[in-house]
Design a protein around this ligand. Sequence first.
Ligand SMILES: [Zn+2]
Length: 121
Amino acid sequence: MEQMYAYKCTKCGKLHHPRYIVCQNPDCDGREFEQIPLEGKCKLLTWTRVYNLPEGYMMPWLNFGIVEFENGVRATGQIGFDDGIKSGMELVSSVGVIRTKVIKYKETVEEPVYGFVFQKA
Ligand SMILES: [Zn+2]
């Protein structure tokens, strides 16, 4: 099971996602971060449906959303359902395979790519 993380600055406590090299707090120069699992309840801030998907997405469209977790961290991910999507709704985040990366070299290798998948709470 893959896991997504927020990164907590060990100097000032600011949470980051994704990971940065230096803390994004302008009053801090921390470079060390503690991994905090990012999962569970979140609120959908906004979303969109994308029809022209890049190679590797074997479906006609995808719903992408930006959510805010209870700890204030915001993240983008896929919405795992089509009907009744509304900004402001409560969702539950999990980590799943969001697409398959196809690498064509001497032989074709298919590699799963993991990301956030949001479901109805
Ligand atoms: Zn910091």
